[in-house]
Design a protein around this ligand. Structure first.
Ligand code: ZN
Length: 191
């Protein structure tokens, strides 16, 4: 099955193009809110099955995802590969495996997440899996928002790569064109 992830994300409203005010205060011409795509279970299944197929050859027995996006991802990838699905939760600023989740010593683990720019959540989930005794064999993202710059100490796959342009308001070319600025959370114009 071929999954055109970019098309799916645009159709579901997860990948927006326009003129956005980011939380950092910078402006951007694109915005990705994966929760919009995750409204549709068949879309989650299609994307996670495609990602799972890219990770199958590493022969994982457990998939771990960092909450919140990684929970659904882990279950859908785990379902596609027929393996256990666990998730980590943030506790004191760091992702940990709680809820009595166990990984056997040396058990091969993959870590998945929905979208990442720095790879930080994936790295924290990898550390949690290793601390629990697992051997992390690969990592996967639906969208690599670093433009291909992010890397890990294990093989890494993604379904789409995007490099978002961001600007300080004073240097924003969209402001210079007079394009209305949008708040991506409310999807309404910024006053
Ligand atoms: Zn602007």
């Amino acid at each position: 099955m071929t999954t055109d992830v970019q098309a799916l994300l645009k159709e579901t409203g997860a990948w927006l193009e326009g003129h956005f005010l980011l939380h950092s205060g910078r402006h951007s011409d694109q915005f990705i809110q994966m929760a919009q795509a995750f409204q549709y279970p068949d879309v989650v299944t299609a994307m996670c099955t495609a990602l799972g197929e890219k990770l199958r050859s590493y022969e994982p027995r457990v998939v771990v995802g960092p909450a919140v996006g990684g929970i659904m991802m882990a279950y859908a990838v785990g379902h596609a590969l027929g393996i256990r699905a666990l998730y980590t939760e943030k506790e004191g600023g760091h992702h940990r495996l709680g809820r009595g989740f166990r990984i056997e010593p040396g058990e091969p683990v993959i870590v998945v997440d929905d979208v990442s720019t720095t790879g930080d959540s994936v790295r924290q989930a990898m550390a949690a899996a290793r601390e629990a005794g697992g051997t992390v064999v690969a990592a996967g993202l639906i969208v690599d928002r670093s433009g291909g710059e992010v890397s890990f100490d294990v093989p890494f796959v993604s379904l789409a790569t995007v490099k978002m342009s961001t600007w300080e308001p004073a240097e924003c070319p969209l402001c210079k064109q007079g394009a209305p600025l949008t708040d991506p959370d409310t999807r309404k114009p910024v006053e």
